[in-house]
Design a protein around this ligand. Structure first.
Ligand SMILES: [Zn+2]
Length: 411
């Protein structure tokens, strides 16, 4: 299946009769981010007023009706409890001990990885990604990426509130070719929020990114603290069409300055990852949060080069489009043809609530519930040795099979 599709010349793929024509701005996802008036100007003094308050979960009463209508139109998992926050990065579910490990819930905070999660990379690939930007430390990182000519190899999971504060910094990352993705509006533990609050956190971050990138609709998001469960996944994919990216290696750079964690100690952690096994590839948790976290990467990159790692954005690592309606930062914004819509068009996708349910990877075990009751951030680095076979390599087959017709439509 994969090989035969890959062997098709693009012209033949473009002529595939089962695929629909372009869907323009009234397509399911693009329509959610239309502006009635002019797109907010980041140079205008009232720019921030076009968005919710900084660093607060947006009030559900102020959400666009289209987002809520979409939420109410999708089918959420039957067992979809809201978690309780137990610490700065820990959660618990009422009723059943370790319910986060229940396959129906599948909380990454409890070490569970869903079949739809992207958490590791192809062999020898280092998924170059940075969370929490844009910040005052970001320009230094962007300068370095340019100096090493890897500025187009980086995914930036950005916080909506930070974009609101530093819109021009976000646009610098975009203009130099960085891949822009979503890291929520106010950086909460998403599994502890109501459905409507989840919609607000994702939707407003997508809106501000769309407004500042010529209408591009993000296709990837990362949950803060890795706190995601099946309910939140279903909203991210079902309402907004986004893929969830977690990680398989936590550098703990976010801990620098606390508990004895220093720039040097995190560089030692990085050295271990960089000089360790190349298979599977690494999806690290790294940050453009402050000068210290940026320094760790600047000081580690030469070793990464010396060890032969290929650095890649998330979509390039998995053979996917950068945005739901554009191939990348250059070129036209055309259709809202997401991978999920391509799956639907090809008759391989059963529902938005479980977007890969009918994809070939569904034969893999549904969860990797190997963590025995772990429910805090410090324990949630997943065990990729067992359980989930839906690794990037396995998923790559699915993704690559879908990308050719998708590209043919977008190009
Ligand atoms: Zn974060």
């Amino acid at each position: 299946m994969l090989l035969s599709l890959l062997a098709l010349p693009l012209a033949a793929a473009a002529a595939t009769p089962t695929l629909p024509a372009f869907q323009h701005r009234d397509s399911p996802f693009a329509a959610l981010f239309k502006r009635d008036g002019a797109v907010p100007d980041p140079n205008a003094p009232d720019f921030a007023s076009h968005y919710p308050a900084n660093w607060k979960t947006p009030d559900p009463s102020g959400l666009p009706k289209a987002w809520l209508d979409k939420l109410h139109s999708i089918q959420l998992p039957a067992n979809n409890p809201v978690a309780n926050k137990t610490s700065s990065s820990g959660t618990a579910y009422d009723g059943i001990n370790n319910q986060g490990n229940n396959p129906d819930v599948c909380s990454f905070t409890f070490g569970c990885i869903a079949p739809t999660d992207y958490f590791e990379a192809p062999n020898s690939t280092w998924l170059l990604n940075f969370d929490d930007g844009p910040t005052e430390a970001s320009p230094r990182l962007y300068d370095f990426l340019r100096s090493e000519q890897i500025e187009k190899n980086a995914t930036h999971f950005m916080i909506g509130s930070n974009i609101q504060s530093y819109p021009k910094t976000m646009q610098e990352a975009f203009a130099q070719g960085g891949h822009i993705a979503v890291h929520t509006w106010a950086h909460p533990m998403m599994t502890t929020l109501s459905n409507e609050q989840v919609v607000g956190e994702l939707g407003w971050t997508m809106q501000i990114i769309s407004d500042l990138t010529g209408g591009r609709i993000p296709a990837f998001w990362r949950p803060p603290y890795g706190d995601v469960d099946n309910r939140v996944r279903a909203i991210a994919k079902g309402v907004f069409g986004m893929e969830t990216v977690v990680w398989n290696k936590d550098t703990n750079d976010w801990k620098i300055g606390t508990g004895g964690t220093t720039v040097d100690s995190v560089k030692d952690v990085m050295r271990g990852f960089i000089t360790g096994p190349k298979g599977p590839g690494i999806v690290p948790l790294e940050h453009e949060l402050n000068n210290d976290t940026v320094q760790v990467f600047l000081d580690s990159y030469q070793l990464m080069k010396d060890n032969g790692w290929a650095v890649s954005t998330a979509p390039d690592a998995y053979g996917l489009l950068w945005y739901q309606n554009a191939k990348g930062n250059d070129g036209p914004v055309v259709a809202a043809m997401s991978v999920g819509e391509v799956q639907t068009a090809m008759g391989t996708n059963a529902s938005w609530a479980n977007p890969t349910s009918a994809a070939p990877s569904s034969a893999a075990p549904s969860v990797n519930a190997t963590s025995a009751g772990g429910s805090s951030a410090s324990e949630k680095t997943p065990n990729t040795q067992q359980g989930n076979k839906n690794s990037s390599a396995a998923r790559l087959g699915v993704s690559a099979a879908l990308i050719l017709p998708a590209l043919a439509l977008v190009l």
